[in-house]
Structure formats: C-alpha cells, structure tokens
Design a protein around this ligand. Structure first.
Ligand code: FAD
Length: 392
C-alpha cells in the first residue's frame, strides 16, 4: 500500500474537505468535539446526507450501492470527517449485516434491505449475546423453529444496543441441536415491530440508555428471512465479528478528535499561572498518547491495505481492536484529568450547555469501559492473538 497521496488523492481530499466544511451543522460538530455520540435522529439525518451525495456506504462495492473507494480514499474520507468534527456513521447496518447480506443474502434480501441501510431508512441492531452466551457465543439457546413457511423464535437476547430505536435486528438462533454446538445455528432477520418481541432497557455506567434486553416470545418471521443456508449462521456470525473488530479499528482514525479535546482542555486549565498543557508531567503524557494514536493509525492502514488486497490479515483485526479499546479508555481518562474536578460537574461546551448530559469526558470515560468488553472482550482478543500469531 502506497501511503503517499498522488494528485488524484489530493483532489479527492479537497472535494471531501469542501463537502464537510458545508455539511456539518454547528450543533453536531459541537457535540462531536465534546466527544459525544449524536442522537439516533441526527445520525440518521447524517446518513441521509451522505447517501444524497452518493457516499452513504463508503466501504461497500459499487454494485451494491457503495462508493467502491480504495483504502487510501477511505482513509482520506475518514480522516477528513474527523478533522471536520463530523460523526462516525452508525455501523451495525452498514458494516455488520450489510456486507453479510451482499455476500450471503438472497437476491430479494439484497434488493430490499441494502438500499434501506444506505438511505438510513432502517436502523439495525445485533441480537447475538444472551444471558448465558457472551464470549462463549456457541452456548446460545434462543430457538427458531420451523412452522410452515415461518420461523418461530423463542428466547432472550442480552445487551442488544439500540434495540429501542432499531427497525430491524439480525439474530443468531438455534434451528437444530447438533453434537457440535456451532452447528445448527442460523442467522435470521427480524422486524422489530413483530408481535411477541419485548424490549427492556439497561442503564449503563454513563447513566445513558444505549442497550437492552430483548425477549422473544413466539416471534413469527417469514422463512425467507433466513440469511444464506440454515445451520450456517455460526460461519456468517464469525465473519461479522471479524468485521466488527475492523470497524472499531477504523474508528481509530477518529482518535485525533480525542487528542485535540485533551489538548484544548489542558490549555484552558491553569496550574498556578501555567497552563496544564505546558507542565512537563502532563505534556509528556499527552505526547505519549498522541504517539500511540499515530502508531495505531499506521496499523489500521495496514489492515485496510490487507483487506483491499484480499489478504488474510491474520490476528491484526484483534490486535487493532485491543489497542484501540485501550487507547480510547486512556484518552478519555486523560481528558478528565485535563479538565480536573470540573469534569464531575455540568459544563458548558463552546458556551452552550448540553442539557441532560453529564459533561464529557466523564461520560465518555465511563462509557469507554465497554470497549474492552463488546465485540469480543480483551481477554478473548488475547486468546485469538495467542493462537493465530503465536501458534499457542
Ligand atoms: C454496553 C454493551 C453493549 C453491547 N452491545 C451488544 C450488541 O449490540 N449485541 C450483542 O449481541 N452483544 C452486545 N454486547 C455483549 C458483548 O458482546 C458481551 O458482553 C461480550 O461478548 C462478553 O460476554 P459476557 O458479557 O457474557 O461476559 P463473559 O463471556 O461471561 O465474560 C466474563 C469475563 O470472563 C472473561 N472470559 C470469558 N471467556 C474467557 C476465555 N475463554 N479466556 C479468558 N477470559 C475469558 C471475559 O473476558 C470477561 O472478562 C454488549 C455488551 C455491553 C456491555
């Protein structure tokens, strides 16, 4: 992969930069600059705006409505988005189920669902984890039984993020019981408005409602909602998890927003007459953090290069996920340190109070605890690296 930008890349960068300079309302960039995720309505509006420009699915091939961009173009797009304090797109439809549908889905599923993901019409959630099945996902017990031309789902999903705003959920469920637990698991699409589906919110450490329990009681969905072949869900699910790790990796390109946030806060805060940013202790910590962010971004570029070349990236997805989750936790913690005791209080950002929100970065620091748990916990990533990189 060539990391030098040629004339075409530079023209592309200018085009993307001009787009972002116009496109992002101040209310969004203020939130993003403060490190907060946009509300679902705003993220949907952002998705619509990108779709109108033809950039709704930056990582997808052209034949499925994507941009067909090279890794270099993707990198430029994401780094310009980060530079303009634009948000990251919501990923569960775009990066998790969308690619599975265009790879394994039926022609009808592709024709119906893919355009709705790009346009922002559908919001997807991921129904994998269960009370007894997280790291050990093959222990899942939700059943999908055949009944005429339908599947009837019964069971409970756990930690289903954004189920309360989603229109669709992709579910791993057991369609048969085999000796090997990974067999007999199928991937099924469920409309969230289907009778028998009930959602119970879970409040997280950051005092927000992101995630839920989902109860499925005789939820009847058409048999045509099966993705690919019955009993092959585990294989599709694994592909999805690998991609999820890559997605968290791509968000590493947004980490410079955190670096800027820390630096701004440390410049504003004074220790005696000296800005905190100029004290050697803090300046050293910030420099170290920034160096690690740059190193991680280089690793992400290699990962993107592997993906574009169709090469197996081995355990690199796990390595990047592990590193990114550590860094986002370190970064948000350092940001709270830069703000000092004020971090625990309500605080105006750019002069505008963010009603109903705890001040960032406290909220971000609390929420970032989840990054070492979801998408495969850090211990699981260590296991994968030990097996695939070290042959242990
Ligand atoms: C806020 C939040 C949002 C989430 N969103 C979603 C979602 O949208 N959809 C979804 O399907 N899931 C979601 N998850 C679930 C997430 O993927 C699981 O929490 C995760 O896989 C861990 O599973 P568990 O919670 O059951 O913990 P366990 O698997 O019970 O793990 C408990 C501890 O044991 C360790 N451990 C387990 N097995 C091993 C092993 N083999 N070797 C070493 N250590 C091990 C783990 O690392 C962990 O520290 C979310 C979780 C959270 C907290």
């Amino acid at each position: 992969m060539n990391l030098d930008f040629d004339a075409d890349d530079q023209a592309f960068r200018a085009e993307v930069r001009a787009f972002f300079a116009d496109a992002i309302p101040a209310a969004w960039s203020t939130r993003v600059r403060a490190g907060l995720r946009l509300d679902p309505e705003d993220l949907t509006a952002y998705q619509r705006m990108l779709a109108a420009r033809g950039w709704g699915a930056p990582t997808w091939p052209i034949e499925h409505g994507g941009t067909g961009w090279s890794p270099t173009q993707l990198y430029i797009f994401w780094s310009e988005a980060a530079r303009a304090d634009a948000p990251a797109q919501f990923h569960q439809g775009l990066e998790l189920i969308g690619p599975i549908l265009f790879t394994y889905g039926s022609a009808e599923q592709r024709a119906y669902y893919l355009p709705r993901i790009i346009s922002g019409e559908d919001w997807w959630c991921q129904g994998y984890s269960e009370p007894g099945a997280g790291s050990d996902l093959a222990a899942l017990r939700t059943r999908a039984d055949h009944d005429g031309d339908a599947y009837v789902l019964n069971g409970q999903k756990m930690w289903t993020s954004y189920a309360h705003v989603a229109t669709q959920m992709f579910v791993l469920a057991r369609t048969s019981t085999e000796a090997r637990r990974q067999q007999g698991i199928s991937l099924i699409l469920v409309d969230m408005a289907t009778p028998g589906l009930r959602i119970r919110p879970i409040a997280t450490l950051d005092e927000k409602h992101h995630t839920n329990e989902v109860f499925l009681d005789d939820v009847r969905v058409p048999a045509a909602n099966l993705v690919g072949e019955e009993g092959q869900g585990w294989n599709y699910g694994k592909v999805l998890l690998d991609r999820e790790r890559m997605v968290s990796a791509a968000t590493a390109i947004f980490l410079p927003q955190t670096v800027r946030g820390i630096r701004d806060a440390a410049r504003r805060r004074r220790i005696g007459s000296v800005p905190l940013a100029e004290t050697s202790g803090f300046a050293g910590k910030l420099a170290q953090f920034e160096i690690e962010v740059i190193a991680l971004q280089t690793m992400v570029l290699r990962l993107m290069g592997d993906a574009a070349a169709g090469a197996d990236s081995g355990p690199r997805g796990s390595m990047v996920k592990l590193r990114w989750s550590d860094l986002i936790q370190q970064g948000t913690t350092l940001w709270t340190e830069a703000i000092g005791p004020e971090a625990a209080h309500w605080q105006a950002i750019d002069g505008a109070p963010l009603a109903e929100d705890m001040p960032y970065p406290m909220q971000g620091a609390l929420h970032s605890r989840v990054t070492t748990i979801y998408g495969g916990s850090s211990e699981i990533q260590h296991d994968i690296i030990a097996r695939r990189a070290l042959g242990l």
